[in-house]
Write a protein that binds this ligand. Structure first.
Ligand SMILES: NC(=O)c1ccc[n+]([C@@H]2O[C@H](COP(=O)([O-])OP(=O)(O)OC[C@H]3O[C@@H](n4cnc5c(N)ncnc54)[C@H](OP(=O)(O)O)[C@@H]3O)[C@@H](O)[C@H]2O)c1
Length: 311
């Protein structure tokens, strides 16, 4: 190869890299600044419902409230009947137009959940949006071999099995809807990066991401149906389950929920709804893996200290 050919090859690679970076940057700006919200496509029929799991606090409650304000009736899921009732009243009194709010009580970490009864209760309503939000786990103080099997399984049920089996139970009903239906899985950066102390949680969120993508493929590429999915990649958000100081990259639940609702139905299989989470994740990609894992380990230690203080 002559030196001229080598120079041409490198110039070609350089142009390709610049074009790709320009495309990525432009689509980033478009997605966060210009793309119009698409949630309205799930507002059809006489009374469209959004089902939100883990809706009594934090991100789930904030998403439920935002969807109510945008025109959805709600099925609120939680494990505490009194708390559910209070959230129902709070949401209904937060807006002048009154919509319908139903309650579904089920412990998402229980070994058995009666999905059939729930489906019976929803026979007369059209669910067009499902927000699989329930989940969470505190950072474990010990390694997994010192955690009782029951506790590990409870984490898996809450974060993985419950949304999986709920989806399975719902799908036949959702496919009967008169229009598009979206399943949104609330994921976590812990399912992407390897965070010490969050083994069952991180593994469950990685499971959810794969579940979301595989269900979408199954619904769209076998005989196509009206059901689509998206996995929302979430960084730090201030909630009762994650006590932190609010910053640009650690928003309060309410503004974060608005960004989630604005990105529902975007057509992307994985969405980072909060722009500063996307920026942070992009920067993490530039850091050597070892350094990144060390930083995640010290963040986990800090969370353990905070949790111990709270207890
Ligand atoms: N906050 C963050 O920084 C962050 C980061 C990444 C991902 N996420 C994800 O975002 C979602 C919401 O997190 P969050 O921080 O808002 O959590 P949160 O403040 O702890 O709220 C969790 C909600 O789920 C409910 N819940 C918990 N265990 C349940 C069970 N066994 N059965 C039924 N309901 C149950 C809670 O009910 P009670 O009111 O009865 O407790 C509450 O309504 C989770 O999937 C989490 O993994 C959060």
């Amino acid at each position: 190869m002559t030196s001229q050919t080598v120079a041409r090859v490198f110039a070609g690679i350089g142009v390709a890299v610049v074009l790709k970076a320009t495309y990525d940057f432009t689509s980033f700006l478009y997605f966060y600044l210009l793309s119009a919200p698409k949630y309205r496509r799930y507002l059809y029929g006489d009374a469209p419902y959004a089902l939100v799991t883990g809706a009594t606090d934090g991100i789930g409650k904030a998403i439920a409230k935002e969807l109510y304000h945008k025109g959805f009736n709600l099925v609120l899921h939680g494990r505490n009947p009194d708390k559910l009732k209070k959230v129902q009243e709070e949401i209904q009194s937060s807006f002048t137009t009154k919509r319908l709010v139903r309650l579904w009580i089920a412990d998402a970490s229980a070994p058995e959940v009666d999905f059939a009864s729930a489906l019976k209760d929803w026979e007369d309503i059209e669910i067009t949006l499902v927000i699989h939000n329930v989940g969470g786990s505190c950072v474990k103080a010990t390694r997994i071999d010192a955690i009782p099997e029951s506790s590990l399984l409870s984490d898996l049920r809450l974060n993985a099995t419950f949304p999986w089996l709920l989806t399975r139970a719902l799908l036949p009903k959702l496919r009967q809807a008169d229009g598009p239906v979206e399943l949104v899985f609330i994921g976590s950066i812990a399912g992407q990066l390897s965070v010490p102390g969050l083994i069952p949680y991180g593994a469950s969120k990685a499971f959810l991401r794969q579940l979301s993508g595989a269900i979408a493929a199954d619904e769209q590429f076998r005989s196509p149906t009206n059901v689509t999915t998206s996995y929302m990649l979430v960084g730090s958000v201030v909630t009762p389950g994650h006590i932190a100081t609010p910053t640009l990259a650690t928003p309060l639940a309410e503004p974060f929920a608005k960004s989630v609702v604005a990105k529902i139905g975007s057509g992307r299989s994985v969405v980072i709804p909060w722009v500063w989470h996307a920026v942070r994740l992009g920067m993490v990609g530039l850091v050597p893996e070892r350094l990144m894992k060390k930083a995640a380990a010290s963040a986990a230690e800090e969370e353990l200290r905070l949790n111990a203080k709270q207890a």
